[in-house]
Ligand binder design. Structure first.
Ligand code: SOE
Length: 400
């Protein structure tokens, strides 16, 4: 059942009345396929949603592996041809969680088939692809969502609430880093995330896109950027059989690496704030170190995904002599999303950020509103990715 996207008001369903159903077709079954499947399966058990979610079909090229994924993740069925999933009249939402080189064709086909599109980040491998995808979604008139899941961590959503309430005042600095180290070993093979033809870029699109989204979400749009993309290891073993943890066996042959290992850039925000962004897969010792520091005239905020339930807050208006960074544990009922899960102090994890995003998105779809972030935001993210790449090549500032 598709919902009128034009401004329908939230509907209250009297108890006992069947809720409308949103039927999902998921394209992709590996890391993000697993995270999205868990979110679709679990979200209705923690949120009182105005819809039922039907996990109909999961799709992947390897029949044996996608059949197993359907059984393990709880899908009604599985498919190896993504076009058949898009053609299924029972499916309302197409979720694209495959490697980046498949996103554009899938998204356009889904939009042209009148499906609601949920898409992993970054939406495309190039700005040109992202523009075509966003245009197809606009033409469809259907809502969309993009899985910038870190916005949906309670501590991050609390930071956004505090900024919007004026508690931080005028923002001077936004400093973000997203540091991993899973390919610091030069013997790690060239898996798809290290292959430009498949992934579009390396660290830049994969994880710098997340901190770009965080900057846009918390501070606003960027005016100009100046970046540097760098590859530390230019030759690696060619990958053989992939495993389920982003790794693979090797074939014994060596191949050229054509993507960035690190992506660093400065920006001027339209607000006048300054931004510094640093993403790397060579930060030895950092595993998923997605962190920001935000400094304003009335106060400052610090978030670290590896301590995702905490938000450090400095209130510049505390009485002199008592000022200092304090840790807010974002697990209280009044904190965004936290009340859906456990009593105060009983923390949540990475998988809950996807559940929170799905809860927001399907509720918005039901209410006839646009989810956030949606494909338009995904396109703005891609414009920043593209500008930083151009500035790195040109060794100059690039305006957005
Ligand atoms: C690999 O860097 C990765 O899986 C990203 O692709 C995800 O977007 C991020 O959430 C976790 O790390």
């Amino acid at each position: 059942m598709l919902f009128p996207v034009t401004g329908s008001t939230p509907q209250e369903y009297p108890s006992g009345m069947a809720k409308p159903v949103l039927t999902i077709g998921l394209l992709g079954y590996q890391f993000m396929g697993k995270a999205h499947s868990n979110a679709y399966r679990q979200v209705g058990r923690y949120f009182d949603l105005p819809v039922e979610i039907r996990m109909k079909t999961i799709c992947g090229r390897n029949e044996a592996k996608v059949r197993q994924a359907a059984e393990v993740f709880g899908w009604e069925g599985h498919e190896t041809d993504w076009r058949k999933v898009i053609a299924d009249p029972e499916i309302d939402i197409i979720d694209i969680s495959t490697p980046g080189n498949t996103h554009c064709e899938m998204a356009i086909a889904a939009a042209e088939a009148g499906k609601i599109l949920f898409c992993e980040k970054p939406i495309g491998n190039t700005l040109s692809e992202a523009e075509k995808m966003a245009e197809a979604v606009r033409k469809s008139g259907k809502p969309s969502a993009v899985f910038h899941n870190y916005r949906k961590a309670p501590a991050v959503a609390l930071a956004k609430r505090m900024i919007d309430e004026g508690k931080i005042g005028k923002i001077f600095h936004f400093r973000a880093c997203y540091l991993q180290d899973w390919i610091a070993d030069p013997n790690f093979p060239i898996v798809w995330r290290l292959n430009k033809e498949v992934a579009g870029s390396g660290t830049h699109g994969d994880i710098c896109s997340h901190i770009i989204d965080m900057g846009r979400y918390l501070v606003g749009e960027m005016k100009e950027v100046n970046g540097l993309l760098h590859t530390f290891v230019t030759e690696r073993p060619i990958a053989g059989e992939i495993d389920d943890r982003m790794g693979a066996s090797t074939t014994g042959e060596m191949g050229k690496v054509d993507v960035d290992d690190a992506s660093i850039f400065l920006c001027h925000f339209e607000s006048g704030a300054l931004g510094t962004f640093e993403a790397s897969r060579f930060a030895v010792g950092r595993k998923n170190y997605n962190r920001f520091e935000l400094y304003g005239s009335k106060g400052s905020l610090i978030f670290n995904m590896e301590r995702m339930n905490e938000l450090e807050y400095y209130n510049n208006e505390d009485p002199v002599g008592t000022q200092g960074f304090r840790v807010i544990q974002a697990t209280e009922g009044g904190h965004p999303y936290a009340g859906q899960y456990w009593p105060v102090g009983h923390i949540i994890g990475y998988e809950h950020t996807f559940m929170n995003l799905v809860a927001d998105a399907v509720t918005a779809v039901h209410d006839g509103r646009e989810p956030s972030p949606n494909m338009e935001e995904g396109l703005k993210n891609q414009r920043v990715l593209d500008a930083v790449e151009r500035s790195s090549v040109g060794r100059c500032w690039v305006s957005l």
